[in-house]
Design a protein around this ligand. Structure first.
Ligand SMILES: [Fe+2]
Length: 274
């Protein structure tokens, strides 16, 4: 269905994807209500949702476009401004004329245009750009040395790797065997690193470690968040937003780093653009 959410629209950043999916599902419910002749009762509520979408989702998307250097960001930002202008004009009509059926159809038309020309076209270009960056970063890990993959994945510290490599020179044994003998890595850790090396599995650095290394949170805060996460099953980033220790943009940046869309040494988690 042309106006429905499809997984190829995902950018792989949880918050952005969740907000976008909500737009599609809220729009579908709104359209159904209009068809059932009682739609205009939900106009004020839907406008309220669109206002939040415009001030949150579009802002976070622009934030990530700036951070990743997305080449189409100027054109994209112009389209966002146009959507916000249209929304302001709809809000003005609502304030002066109330939530009429005519207004409901006006909003529906605006959303159909938005989904076809923006969500399914310009947003898809951004999603493709992010996924290509992620794929490129992933490829850089294929054929990397086992020790480097283990360090980059936070499974082994740099100092431990150096001790293991020294021992390897003395014994001639394979690195994985030495790390197992030293008791510093488990069989599963070695197997997962080998899978990454062979290109059979994705490289992932833990989100919590990215946040600690960036200096945004302390290790104690991470432990506290992991404890809080146990009770509710939420994603770690969401738990930390709820705890008030992180802003949503910081979690988005950390996820982008985790997926290789941003580099750790970029200004991502240290200020930068709005
Ligand atoms: Fe967009």
């Amino acid at each position: 269905m042309p106006l429905q959410w499809s997984s190829d629209l995902e950018v792989g950043i949880f918050e952005l994807d969740a907000q976008q999916k909500e737009l599609f599902s809220r729009f579908e419910a709104f359209s159904d209500d209009i068809e059932k002749e009682h739609g205009h009762n939900g106009v004020a509520d839907f406008i309220g949702f669109l206002d939040r979408y415009a001030h949150e989702h579009l802002k976070y998307e622009e934030h990530l476009q700036d951070k990743t250097g997305f080449p189409g960001r100027d054109e994209h930002r112009t389209a966002h401004r146009h959507f916000m202008d249209e929304l302001e004009s709809i809000k003005a009509r609502m304030n002066s004329g109330g939530d009429t059926k005519e207004l409901a159809f006006l909003i529906k038309g605006m959303l159909i245009r938005w989904i076809i020309t923006h969500s399914k076209h310009l947003d898809k270009e951004f999603s493709d750009f992010l996924l290509a960056a992620s794929e490129k970063a992933e490829q850089e890990f294929v054929k990397k040395r086992l020790g480097e993959i283990l360090v980059a994945s936070d499974l082994v510290s740099r100092a431990t790797l150096e001790r293991a490599l020294e021992r390897q020179k003395e014994t001639g044994k394979r690195l994985g065997i030495i790390l197992l003998e030293m008791g510093v890595a488990g069989k599963e850790d070695i197997s997962s690193a080998l899978m990454v090396q062979e290109g059979k599995s994705r490289f992932t650095k833990k989100l919590g470690n990215i946040l600690v290394e960036s200096g945004l949170i302390t290790y104690a805060t991470l432990e506290h968040a992991l404890e809080n996460q146990k009770c509710c099953g939420k994603l770690l980033g969401t738990v930390m937003i709820d705890m008030g220790v992180l802003k949503i943009e910081e979690v988005i940046d950390a996820q982008a780093i985790q997926k290789g869309m941003l580099k750790m040494d970029s200004p991502a988690l240290h200020g930068g653009t709005e």
